[in-house]
Design a protein around this ligand. Structure first.
Ligand SMILES: Nc1nc2c(ncn2[C@@H]2O[C@H](COP(=O)(O)OP(=O)(O)OP(=O)(O)O)[C@@H](O)[C@H]2O)c(=O)[nH]1
Ligand SMILES: [Zn+2]
Length: 338
């Protein structure tokens, strides 16, 4: 029975990334010695499409896994019929330890966090420079979700034919976030795909973006025609006439050059679950300064004893970095329009 959450294809169990890698969460059971490894490409009403040894295999979670869900990007062990033939169904008996988790909560007051994508290296935050207007607060919230979950952020600024990226880029300079700028013309002549692909090479990159920013146009420019969402793996496998899932979908970049994970259902992040200390880990120049903070310090400018002020005053880090960190942490309080 399911009590929480709107999308049964997301994992709503509290998990923490385990950067030290010292506490594996699952164990290989001897009885599944014959299991094969695979990667979850998409999830649709409890049916998981997995890539196993180059084949697309449909699978279900084994009962022994309990409540823990496998999500897109998970490395899983499968048993049963792994032929990938029509009407076959394998069983997922193990979910591998995750190197990163893109999480969201449905609302900031929802204590249950959902993992939407596992093991992505990067989070590409797609923002139009105009039409629709960029929303820096939204970008900041995405950055917090990325830092918190162990993903490296990447800014993809589209529609530079309509407005200049300069002002926006200025705000993100202190964060040192890699970025790429694309325009209508560059989409048409292939330069946009080439420029973005250079940043995706060999990596698993989750793409997020609000409706209308040009995410679909871009993803389609990156991914081979026969693998796109509209006609892609899901329909080929399930035989369903249309794509009904709200799950993320992993699409190969070709020649083993990485994966794009399109996330149609993720347009904003609840940041209820975010632990400021995990965000500070993404700021190695500030992180040592926070060691002198009082327990539970939120590091915002209202904290009179936050040690980061002294850290910056003593010249250990650029004040603009602390301002950026505080701006990001402040986005944890949800406002209208987030
Ligand atoms: N001027 C201009 N328009 C663009 C550019 N990229 C995409 N568009 C247009 O922006 C509109 C929205 O693009 P989509 O790719 O559908 O946007 P999306 O983010 O996927 O939005 P949803 O499909 O609603 O999720 C389309 O009319 C595109 O042709 C660009 O670089 N410049
Ligand atoms: Zn502090």
């Amino acid at each position: 029975m399911r009590r929480y959450g709107k999308n049964p294809d997301e994992d709503d169990i509290r998990v923490r990334p385990n950067p030290k890698g010292n506490r594996p969460r699952t164990h290989t059971r001897p009885k599944h010695e014959d299991a094969q490894e695979g990667m979850v490409l998409t999830v649709d009403r409890g049916r998981l499409t997995c890539l196993v040894d180059g084949r697309t295999v449909m699978a279900m979670k084994a009962r022994e896994l309990g409540r823990k869900a496998a999500v897109v990007g998970d490395q899983v062990s499968l048993v049963g019929d792994l032929s990938g033939d029509k009407d076959t169904l394998a069983r997922i008996v193990r979910i591998g330890r995750r190197t990163s988790v893109l999480r969201r909560t449905a609302d900031d007051d929802d204590p249950y966090e959902r993992v939407v994508v596992a093991n992505a290296d990067q989070l590409a935050i797609v923002t139009a420079l105009a039409d629709p207007e960029p929303r820096p607060r939204m970008i900041d919230r995405c950055l917090v979700a990325a830092y918190d979950g162990g993903l490296s952020p990447l800014l993809v600024l589209t529609k530079s034919d309509l407005a200049s990226p300069d002002e926006l880029l200025e705000a993100y300079t202190p964060l040192g976030v890699p970025y790429v700028v694309t325009s209508r013309e560059e989409l048409e002549n292939g330069d946009a795909a080439e420029g973005v692909r250079a940043l995706l090479d060999g990596k698993v990159t989750a793409f997020v973006g609000h409706s209308g920013v040009g995410k679909t146009t871009l993803v389609n420019a990156l991914v081979a025609k026969d693998r796109r969402r509209t006609t892609g793996v899901v329909n080929a496998v399930t035989g369903r006439g249309r794509h009904t899932t709200t799950s993320a979908l992993a699409l190969p970049l070709g020649d083993d050059r990485g994966w794009v994970v399109d996330t149609p259902g993720v347009r904003s992040f609840g940041l209820h679950h975010v632990d400021p200390s995990r965000v500070i880990n993404a700021f190695p120049d500030l992180q040592p300064g926070a060691e002198n903070c009082p327990r539970g310090c939120t590091h915002d400018s209202r904290e009179t004893e936050c040690a980061l002020d002294a850290w910056v005053a003593e010249g250990h880090a650029d004040p603009a970095r602390l301002d950026s960190l505080r701006r990001l942490l402040a986005t944890r309080e949800r406002r209208e329009g987030d």
